[in-house]
Ligand binder design. Structure first.
Ligand code: NAP
Ligand code: F7E
Length: 348
């Protein structure tokens, strides 16, 4: 039986990856940090009955804990998914972000090295954010690394240290450079989930409007389930390497918002620019009689802007497709439908 250790097990990807590895017959050790609320495991509650799913309490900021579990369980695979993963928040807590995301990765790699674990394979959750504001039409494994936030800088460090430990010590350490991936399990403050959630509340007459930041930013959005399958392929590849995982498409936040509202029976139009921009109802299906033409449902507020943002991301996953035979299977259209359905059921 293969043994896997997942840091960040309570997160979006922690859930999908745990589910996938358990279905493949792995024993999964999931690292969860201490939380004052019991519902911090909400995403993984459905998996907790599985006797091969074991939760360990620990923190990425604690090298003794990391060394202890890595030495004790001598797992086949370590998936390092734990992170302070919110880009805007990283501007408010840059040191903590660096400690968890950058030094946390180093702590794991050092534990593998010091304990001389030749058979342990390591996967690092790298991010398309490391490319910053690239001038390239598509970003791939050869694109220059130019982080534009404390989060991206911490992930760039983690990316490099993973590569360095691979090349210096022969550790099987790979980076999955994942572009944005979403699901009904996405955290509520990331833009896709925030939009879907608010749109559902607006049609249910529980919220008046949705306040957003940079509507022009373009992202390459895929489904977390597809991307967690890629993690398993990356760690099982014959040699350690770095792979871009993306959908190959891009869309602005404004366009994403329009699609979500359209699916719920509201046609949106936008007018004005910058902080003054608004989104208002052009047409609405008659069942939604609490809403009317010209009603403003989208507003912009500068508090949701970042000091610097990444304006355009579009990933080229050719290498993963060629070497890992990986490609996305869930379209953005299906992803949005799934997120809407889940939100509707949640509120019902
Ligand atoms: P997420 O939902 O924010 O989950 C992050 C996980 O890390 C949570 O389980 C969180 O615990 C845990 N964590 C945070 N600080 C920790 C600490 N000090 N010690 C131990 N655990 C800690 O993120 P995700 O979307 O699943 O992403 C997974 C990984 O991929 C992250 O490293 C992220 O940076 C990276 N990534 C994500 C995307 C994406 O689009 N989703 C794209 C590229 C890379 P709590 O539940 O207690 O908060
Ligand atoms: O923002 C804009 C915002 O926070 C996407 C993380 O998983 O993916 C994620 O990082 C875009 C940005 O994701 C709001 O300015 C507008 O341009 O959903 P997000 P992110 O910053 O791309 C990468 C790959 C990761 O690695 C990260 O861990 O949307 N935007 N208005 C907004 N964003 C938010 N959150 N909230 C708004 O109101």
């Amino acid at each position: 039986m293969k043994k896997s250790l997942i840091t960040g097990v309570t997160g979006q990807d922690g859930y999908y990856l745990s589910k996938y590895l358990l279905s493949k017959g792995h024993k999964v050790y999931g690292v969860k940090r201490r939380n004052s609320l019991i519902n911090a495991t909400a995403r993984i509650d459905s998996l907790l009955q599985n006797k091969f799913f074991i939760i360990l309490q620990g923190d990425m900021s604690d090298p003794f804990f990391l060394n202890d579990v890595i030495c004790k369980y001598k797992v086949d695979y370590i998936f390092n998914l734990a992170a302070m993963s919110h880009v805007k928040t990283s501007f408010d807590i840059p040191e903590y972000t660096t400690d968890v995301n950058a030094l946390g990765t180093l702590r794991i790699l050092e534990a593998i090295r010091i304990n001389n674990l030749k058979k342990t394979r390591f996967y690092q959750a790298s991010s398309s954010e490391i490319f910053g504001n690239s001038s390239k039409k598509f970003q791939n494994e050869k694109t220059e690394i130019a982080p534009a936030s404390p989060y991206a800088a911490s992930k760039a460090y983690a990316y490099w240290i993973t590569k360095i430990y691979r090349e210096s010590y022969g550790i099987f350490a790979s980076n999955g450079i994942l572009f944005n991936h979403e699901s009904p399990y996405r955290g509520e403050t990331f833009v896709t989930r925030k939009i879907v959630r608010a749109a559902v509340q607006i049609i249910q007459n529980k919220q008046k409007n949705l306040i957003l930041g940079n509507l022009d930013a373009k992202r390459d959005w895929g489904h977390a389930d597809d991307y967690c399958r890629a993690m398993h392929k990356i760690i099982n590849y014959k040699t350690p390497d770095d792979f871009v995982i993306s959908s190959g498409n891009t869309m602005s936040v404004r366009q994403f918002t329009k699609i979500v509202f359209q699916k719920l029976g509201i046609e949106l139009l936008f007018k004005f620019k910058g902080y003054k921009e608004i989104g208002y109802i052009n047409k609405v299906k008659k069942e939604l009689n609490h809403l009317s033409k010209n009603q403003i449902v989208i507003k912009v507020n500068k508090k949701y802007f970042r000091p610097t943002d990444v304006n355009y991301l579009k990933g080229d996953f050719t290498k993963a497709n060629k070497l890992l035979k990986w490609k996305p299977t869930i379209s953005l259209n299906k992803l949005i439908d799934e997120m809407i359905d889940s939100e509707l059921n949640h509120y019902e």
